[in-house]
Ligand binder design. Structure first.
Ligand code: ARG
Length: 466
């Protein structure tokens, strides 16, 4: 089970969600490739106080949005949400109304439910545009899914004798987590007003995933800000015996995306970068680079070719730049670096693949036919170096599956491209005499297939020409 972090409903996907989405997708792809049955879940923040605020605010400011689909654009909703939050923090009366609204929502009041559905549908549609663009498949199982299981979590903890009351809230005191005075910290599972929180939902989710879905490994992909949350929730789940010994829970955490100034990436006007804008810009820049190169090389290509190459190169560059960093560190986002044809970049890897396809075209080679009685001759050192590296793929994938570090696969593919380029520059392929010619063509073919497979596990598709 891979659990992705994503924006809450009525918020937009920003650059922070990029990491969770593509790291999660890559790990899911690798585990699926190894034959595991992977449940990809989007634990969408589609429930709770934020809806109380938003609905309460809209009732006053724009009631139409609660009864008519798409009466407001998502951008407006995001603004309304911001204003609602401000009112919530400043105005006691508004706060109380919002709480009431959550209670009606949880109790299933029809108009609240209807408004909530409208808001969720709208956000969902917007998120889907980005998931489609990134070619990421997920199943939505938002926080609301666990709503009916929350009272059971509290009851069960009570039965097990783990529950204590603290300032009117129901909580479990944690081992190893203390406040400034050195007293144990509580994990609240039911607030004094009877409401449940993020921790309760995650406890219910653990039980559901293990008991109902028979999950053996629970992998959570979120930024490192949630590390404590998960350790606390897991501790309680373990003490309640909800996580058997043969089930592993792991937090795949990651660092920040920084701007070239070394601070959290922002737009020029200082706002968070919308993921949509970032991806569009990557594609645009890839198109500009390509058009420049076509001019320099005196090539003319169809509009369709240009659009497709720009899209593949732009998106792969963004994905690869992220995946190729050790996920635990922050990294500096630079369009120029990620789109460069040289260095540890997606374009460099894609280009190695294209090179092989070029050889096949020039020599009119059909690789499928050559594969029939494949025999490789280890003529020069370069043949051997490349061959040895090709054999390591499996080992690398096994390591990635254990450590959950996609950058290891990137490193492997980058080295493969480097070794291939060296081989290609030093060893004649089409001009070699048989049987060496066929042997080297087979090495080229194996390199291309390894690159294609490896890149597909990163969520990147190859190009035949670029
Ligand atoms: N939607 C939340 C977020 O993005 C939750 C993601 C983590 N998953 C979980 N089961 N808590 O922060």
């Amino acid at each position: 089970m891979v659990d992705f972090s994503s924006p809450n409903v009525a918020k937009e996907m920003h650059v922070g969600h990029l990491r969770s989405t593509i790291i999660g997708d890559c790990l899911a792809r690798i585990l699926e490739f190894q034959g595991h049955n992977v449940l990809r879940l989007n634990h969408l923040g589609d429930w709770g106080t934020q809806f109380g605020m938003l609905i309460t605010y809209l009732r006053e400011a724009f009631p139409e949005a609660l009864t008519t689909a798409d009466a407001l654009g998502l951008g407006d909703l995001v603004d309304f949400y911001r204003q609602a939050k401000k009112r919530f923090d400043e105005d006691e009366d508004f706060k109380e109304k919002s709480r009431q609204e959550v209670v009606s929502l949880q109790a299933g009041a029809e108009d609240s439910r209807y408004a909530w559905q409208l808001l969720c549908n709208q956000s969902r549609r917007e998120f889907q545009v980005i998931y489609n663009l990134l070619d990421v498949e997920l199943n939505e199982r938002g926080e609301s899914f666990y709503n009916s299981m929350l009272p059971g979590v509290v009851e069960e903890l009570e039965k097990l004798g783990l529950l204590e009351e603290n300032n009117g809230a129901q909580c479990v005191f944690l081992e190893g987590f203390t406040n400034k005075e050195g007293e144990p910290l509580p994990l609240i599972v039911q607030k004094s007003d009877g409401g449940y929180n993020y921790a309760t939902t995650d406890l219910a989710a653990i039980r559901h995933r293990i008991e109902k879905e028979d999950a053996k490994r629970l992998i959570y992909i979120t930024d490192s800000g949630q590390t404590n949350h998960f350790s606390q929730v897991w501790q309680v789940a373990k003490r309640a015996n909800w996580i058997p010994d043969d089930v592993e829970v792991v937090h795949v955490s990651f660092g920040l995306v920084l701007g070239e100034d070394g601070k959290k990436l922002k737009t020029r006007s200082g706002e968070t970068v919308r993921l949509r804008d970032l991806l569009d810009e990557a594609i645009n820049r890839a198109r500009i680079d390509l058009e420049k190169r076509l001019k320099e090389e005196n090539r003319s290509e169809s509009q369709e070719f240009i659009e497709n190459v720009a899209k593949v190169v732009g998106l792969s560059a963004v994905k690869y730049a992220d995946l190729s960093q050790n996920r635990n560190s922050n990294y500096v986002f630079s369009f120029d670096k990620m789109l460069a044809l040289q260095g540890n970049t997606a374009p460099y890897l894609l280009y190695a693949y294209v090179r092989v396809q070029g050889i096949a075209r020039r020599g009119e080679i059909e690789f499928e036919k050559l594969r029939e009685d494949a025999k490789i001759i280890w003529q020069d050192e370069q043949d051997l170096v490349l061959g040895k590296h090709l054999l390591k793929l499996n080992e690398v994938l096994e390591l990635v599956a254990v450590e959950l570090l996609p950058n290891r696969l990137c490193e492997y593919l980058y080295e493969l491209s480097e070794k291939f380029n060296k081989f290609f520059e030093n060893c004649p392929v089409l001009k070699s005499a048989e049987p060496l010619r066929t042997s080297r063509l087979l090495l080229c073919d194996l390199t291309a297939r390894t690159l294609k497979l490896g890149l597909s596990l990163l969520g990147i598709s190859v190009l035949e020409r670029m």
